[in-house]
Design a protein around this ligand. Structure first.
Ligand code: NAI
Length: 304
């Protein structure tokens, strides 16, 4: 009986049409996993060039998935790719693209004013039942949602890069997110293949709230000259069993991204010592040494 009950609930609330706003790194990954799971997806970006690139990269990623799933049946693999791609429409007008959405996931630039402008537009264009969610990494869900009327149907869906590979989804309950909305977001997360965890609207949610101060403490340790960068990374890999050291991770994520998150939190919570600025980080970013993507950060990389 329990199972029948939960099936009927999930059918009632099932999200079938998803609109993803922002066709960059995260948005294209979110569109891919939803399409792979059989959902109808509309991917929106201000730039049609970005949309063309996203479609290309989604196609290439799906090809890799198909190779693994259909090793011995390449023709089934081709069908899988064509069907998933066929479920993704693209658009440049967020209002128009919202009209048939059960869920809208926002993955545009990490800027409060830009997100506010978009969510006001989505709130007035989308049907009453549509859930609105943000994939923000570092901004407050309650603050982003402050501009919408449907506060009960607003929450956070925080994915990790690369979306098709990383298995976690943080489902963020805002102060006014309803239980129904929360359940629908959890079920949708499961349906697109993720393991979901729940948390409140706290800076960085769970993963980044722990990871960013950890990376920052490693930079401070290095800056003080207490140990070399290599030794800090070796220590955490061999002593704590982490797959990457904190300074390697900082370079991989991008030192500009680390600084952006830290500065935002420091501004909001000036008394929190874990969020204090790091002179070394500021210097490297000012010099354009942003990590792997620029060929130099804490470490130097071979430019290809
Ligand atoms: P990105 O720069 O790759 O993509 C953002 C896209 O949004 C761009 O293609 C841009 O043209 C588009 N865009 C900007 N304003 C728009 C608007 N008003 N309407 C429609 N499209 C618009 O950025 P990325 O890395 O995909 O990040 C997107 C969001 O996801 C941010 O909020 C970020 O904090 C969050 N996030 C990023 C992660 C990462 O590892 N990069 C991880 C988890 C979350």
């Amino acid at each position: 009986i329990g199972r029948q009950f939960s099936t009927s609930i999930s059918k009632q609330n099932a999200i079938k049409n998803v609109t993803v706003i922002g066709g960059g790194l995260m948005g294209s990954g979110i569109a891919q996993v939803a399409a792979q799971a059989g959902q109808s997806v509309t991917l929106v970006d201000v730039s049609s060039d970005v949309l063309a690139k996203s479609q290309k990269s989604i196609g290439a990623n799906l090809g890799r998935v198909a190779k693994k799933l259909y090793k011995d049946k390449p023709e089934d693999g081709e069908k899988f790719v064509a069907e998933a791609l066929g479920r993704i429409k693209t658009a440049t007008d967020p209002g128009e693209a919202s009209k048939s959405a059960d869920l809208i996931v926002e993955a545009i630039v990490e800027n409060m004013d830009v997100k506010h402008k978009l969510f006001k537009q989505l709130d007035s264009a989308a049907p009453a039942h549509t859930i609105l969610a943000s994939n923000t990494s570092s901004l407050s869900i309650n603050e982003i949602g402050s501009v919408v009327k449907r506060k009960d149907k607003f929450g956070g869906l925080h994915f990790f890069n690369p979306v098709p590979v990383m298995r976690l989804l943080e489902v963020v309950k805002g102060a006014e997110t309803s239980e129904d909305t929360y359940k629908s977001m959890m079920e949708w997360g499961k349906a697109v293949g993720k393991t979901c965890i729940t948390c409140k609207d706290t800076p960085g949610f769970v993963v980044n709230r722990l990871l960013v101060p950890y990376i920052c403490e490693a930079m401070r340790l290095y800056e003080r000259g207490d140990a070399s960068a290599r030794d800090i990374d070796i220590a955490m890999k061999l002593g704590a069993g982490y797959p990457m050291g904190p300074l390697e991770l900082a370079d991989y994520v991008g030192l500009d991204t680390n600084k952006f998150i830290l500065d935002g939190w420091h501004k909001k919570f000036p008394d929190q010592p874990l969020f204090k600025p790091i002179p070394l980080l500021n210097k490297l970013v000012a010099e354009g040494k942003l990590g792997v993507k620029t060929g130099e950060g804490i470490y130097k990389y071979d430019k290809k």
